[in-house]
Design a protein around this ligand. Structure first.
Ligand SMILES: NC(=O)c1ccc[n+]([C@@H]2O[C@H](COP(=O)([O-])OP(=O)(O)OC[C@H]3O[C@@H](n4cnc5c(N)ncnc54)[C@H](OP(=O)(O)O)[C@@H]3O)[C@@H](O)[C@H]2O)c1
Length: 274
């Protein structure tokens, strides 16, 4: 496993996304993933599976301190009292005293950053989060958040795959020294079957999904693909034993023009335009 370093956080470059994984399916996926070498779990209060992430962690036999665990606080819980309740419930669900990374899941435009970012920073100061960061922040939001934060924001978790252009927000995240964490790195299942990715994969003896993940990790981006299928779990960490050529990277980059955004809920911000 490779790592991405940002402001003192050492983030395993491929993690297990667990959104939609429920009950035993989630416990078994987390357990299997950790036993085959994953060291990074991505959950959220909103996913309703923190209990199962914690159970899978304990069932795996892998030491807690060897695993990087991320959870998130929703946009409707960003006032300090609600924020603290949400985080305490997350820790109780996970049966852990701290998480490695705590994110604001989505901004709430009605709550100033001076309030929400302060609540986030307080969780780092009191030890409930080793590191803090954000998700779904635009370039403007990143600058505004950095203007008030007292702790480094170590990552911006955003949608990234070959079919979306995120150049501006990636550049801005990097300008602030943040890691970029790619959610929907397989475009929520739209990568398998895509001609260019299948063809490039065939040239390397890899699947289209592995090409999509390689495209991201080769740019120094963290990816958190989600699957409960054992063969896919294994495939998704086998992306460090091949490299895409410059021409292949350029061909995949050209697909960014598709500009397909898979995740765009009503509370989403006004996204950066390509
Ligand atoms: N911060 C946010 O707002 C936010 C938003 C969305 C997601 N996320 C996080 O990002 C994670 C990943 O995103 P996602 O779950 O939306 O989408 P994703 O990981 O891009 O796609 C998941 C889909 O890809 C398939 N898949 C996975 N590995 C595969 C492989 N090797 N070969 C073929 N198909 C494969 C899965 O099917 P099988 O189950 O059949 O393998 C599943 O249908 C989430 O679980 C969550 O942790 C965060």
């Amino acid at each position: 496993m490779q790592f991405v370093d940002a402001h003192g956080a050492r983030i395993p470059q491929v993690g297990l996304g667990t959104m939609t994984l429920k009950e035993d399916v989630c416990v078994e996926a987390v357990k299997a993933a950790l036993q085959m070498g994953y060291r990074h779990l991505d959950t959220a209060a909103f996913y309703g599976n923190e209990v199962e992430n914690g159970e899978g962690l304990r069932a795996s036999g892998v030491k807690r301190e060897d695993v990087f665990i991320c959870t998130k606080v929703r946009e409707n819980n960003l006032l300090p009292e609600n924020f603290n309740k949400s985080l305490d419930q997350s820790l109780a669900n996970l049966k852990l005293p701290y998480v490695d990374l705590l994110l604001i899941h989505w901004n709430n435009k009605d709550i100033p950053f001076s309030t929400s970012i302060a609540a986030l920073c307080a969780a780092k100061k009191d030890g409930r989060a080793k590191h803090v960061g954000v998700a779904n922040f635009t370039t403007t939001m990143l600058d505004e958040a950095w203007a008030v934060t007292t702790e480094p924001l170590v990552c911006n978790q955003i949608e990234m795959h070959p079919f979306i252009n995120q150049d501006k927000v990636v550049a801005k995240s990097r300008q602030h020294g943040m890691a970029v964490v790619a959610y929907c790195p397989i475009a929520r299942g739209k990568v398998p079957g895509a001609d260019a990715l299948e063809r490039i994969g065939a040239a390397h003896g890899k699947s289209a999904a592995q090409v999509s993940l390689r495209y991201l990790v080769q740019q120094g981006i963290v990816a958190i693909p989600r699957t409960a299928t054992p063969a896919h779990l294994k495939a998704n960490i086998e992306v460090f034993d091949f490299a895409l050529t410059d021409a292949e990277m350029a061909e995949l980059k050209a697909l960014n023009a598709t500009n397909m955004r898979v995740v765009n809920p009503p509370h989403a911000p006004v996204w950066d335009t390509p």
